[in-house]
Design a protein around this ligand. Structure first.
Ligand SMILES: NC(=O)C1=CN([C@@H]2O[C@H](COP(=O)(O)OP(=O)(O)OC[C@H]3O[C@@H](n4cnc5c(N)ncnc54)[C@H](OP(=O)(O)O)[C@@H]3O)[C@@H](O)[C@H]2O)C=CC1
Ligand SMILES: CC(=O)[C@](C)(O)C(=O)O
Ligand SMILES: [Mg+2]
Ligand SMILES: [Mg+2]
Length: 493
């Protein structure tokens, strides 16, 4: 199999990368009707599988789970997830032949084997769906020509697909129809109905392509979403301990701080997040994030370049072939960091204190969101898509860190995202070594405002506010958030 993207002409590559049309809510007026009464079979019952299935069933659709025989025989977690939630569970042979829509929610590294097993059992004219296009785009999987191939890709972890749905909202979603597989022209109607079923239409849906989804999804997860949140958390914790801040306090500040800080980002963008700081602190966060952007820009560009060229997927697939040796090694190393091993202390930290005592994280987040956005847009990804992938999803990942630190984030995200997260983290830490030498406890661990004469240059403040508010991620963000009227606040501390 050849990398599909690399077989396309440059013109077609650019065309497919640029697919991301915001869909008006009127596009979803038919609700789930295109799938009503159809047999939906989800293959795999993990992070996305279970949570999407719960939403689809609550939306009135007929969902059951096809698991591999061993998982049923050994009553593995996937079997427990499905049966404890009263779903019908069966083998591929039992469920696939009568299914109208087969949703493949197994890990990306298993897709080729799973498709090879499932495809011969699928009935003529049925539909196959993915939530990430890696298998189609990077591995070049060819699907039988009578089958329709669609994608419904929620821009967040599976646990948050469920949590946002239960809050009455949803998560922004990219939908796509593979141009090589739409023989009956029903792909878009089914993708839209599926997306209504998961609640995605309440947050914003982009009519996209497999190519655009893959090349942006990989970038977001490797850099700002998972990679930089991991690097920033570890460096912040280590710095506080080095400077004598109580380890329990440091652990709590880092574990929950990222959630509190990025909750402001979700509602008000980068400027809304920095507005939570005093004016002197905001100017400091601006200055630090400018510096961080200069230091990290080449690394963000390298990740995007390697994703576009196929170099990233090639090296990750080598690790798959090698029994996930690197993934497992890096996972174990992350588990051994002092931050992971130090429980959050039993200390009260007020909501505002998270901003004032953790200025460094606001600087990391601004730098990472803007860099990821800028780099994706330079590579031909549409701003709407880059916004969901960098800014909107960051708080949804932060929610997982608040639950159980980096372990929980890396458990919930896909193996593909986890691999890319470690890759970035390893390269980023040494890059930031000099920068971190200059960081003291006023930036992380103690209140930045304390003991400082609060003098602000008015002209500079106006300029900084202008720069922040006129960044393209803010411009597109203000527009997209207007369509998020149902967005809920979450209780953070
Ligand atoms: N994690 C996330 O939040 C996100 C994931 N995605 C995408 O969703 C898809 C699913 O990822 P994710 O939910 O993380 O996956 P998980 O690792 O959480 O779930 C895997 C499921 O697949 C089953 N499985 C594993 N190997 C096989 C196999 N060889 N044959 C059949 N079933 C298998 C597992 O069950 P068992 O081993 O018991 O058989 C388990 O139920 C991926 O394409 C991913 O990129 C997209 C957005 C976010
Ligand atoms: C959670 C999500 O959207 C990711 C990061 O793309 C993934 O888990 O692959
Ligand atoms: Mg994603
Ligand atoms: Mg992903």
């Amino acid at each position: 199999m050849a990398n599909y993207f690399n077989t396309l002409s440059l013109r077609n590559q650019l065309h497919q990368l640029a697919q991301a049309e915001f869909m008006d809510s009127s596009e979803f007026s038919d609700g789930v009707s295109a799938l009503k009464g159809k047999k939906i079979v989800v293959v795999g019952c993990g992070a996305q599988g279970l949570n999407q299935g719960l939403n689809l069933r609550d939306s009135g659709l007929d969902v059951s789970y096809a698991l591999r025989q061993e998982a049923i025989d050994q009553k593995r977690d996937s079997w427990k997830n499905a049966t404890e939630n009263n779903f019908k569970v069966g083998t591929y042979e039992e469920l696939i032949p009568t299914s109208d829509l087969v949703i493949n929610l197994t890990p990306d590294k298993q897709h080729t084997a799973v498709i090879n097993a499932v495809q011969p059992l699928m009935k003529q004219g049925a539909t196959l769906s993915y939530s990430h296009g890696f298998n189609i785009v990077e591995e070049g999987m060819q699907i039988r020509k009578d089958l329709t191939v669609i994608m419904v890709a929620p821009k967040c972890p599976g646990s948050e697909v469920r949590a946002e749905y239960l809050r009455g909202f949803g998560v922004p979603t990219l939908i796509a129809v593979h141009p090589e597989n739409d023989p009956q022209g029903k792909g878009w109607a089914e993708a839209k109905a599926y997306c209504v079923g998961t609640g995605g239409h309440k947050a914003g849906v982009l009519k996209s392509s497999f190519v655009a989804e893959v090349k942006s999804d990989l970038m977001g997860e490797q850099t700002i979403l998972c990679g930089l949140l991991q690097t920033g958390s570890i460096l912040s914790f280590d710095k506080m301990v080095e400077k004598g801040i109580d380890a329990g306090y440091a652990s709590k500040l880092v574990q929950y701080g990222v959630e509190v800080i990025t909750e402001a980002l979700k509602h008000g963008g980068v400027s809304g997040m920095l507005d939570r700081l005093s004016n002197p602190a905001k100017l400091k966060a601006f200055e630090l994030s400018e510096e961080l952007k200069d230091i990290m820009r080449p690394l963000f560009q390298k990740h995007q370049d390697d994703i576009i060229s196929g170099e990233f997927s090639k090296t990750m697939m080598e690790d798959w072939a090698n029994g996930d040796a690197n993934l497992l090694k890096w996972r174990a190393e992350t588990g051994e960091t002092a931050f992971e091993k130090t429980p959050a202390g039993d200390v009260k930290i007020d909501e505002q204190e998270y901003f004032d005592n953790y200025l460094l994280m606001s600087a990391f987040v601004r730098a990472g969101v803007e860099l990821a956005f800028e780099t994706m847009v330079e590579a031909g990804i549409k701003p709407e898509s880059a916004y969901y992938e960098s800014l909107h999803e960051t708080p949804l990942i932060a929610n997982t860190i608040a639950r159980k630190k980096l372990f929980e984030m890396n458990r919930v995200i896909s193996d593909t995202a986890e691999y890319g997260c470690y890759l970035f983290d390893q390269a980023c830490k040494p890059l930031l070594a000099d920068f971190m030498k200059s960081v003291d406890t006023d930036l992380v661990g103690e209140d930045f405002n304390e003991g400082k004469k609060a003098s602000v240059d008015n002209v500079q403040l106006v300029q900084v506010n202008d720069i922040l508010r006129n960044h393209p991620v803010e411009i597109v963000g203000r527009k997209l958030r207007q369509a998020m009227t149902a967005m809920k606040s979450i209780k953070t501390v």
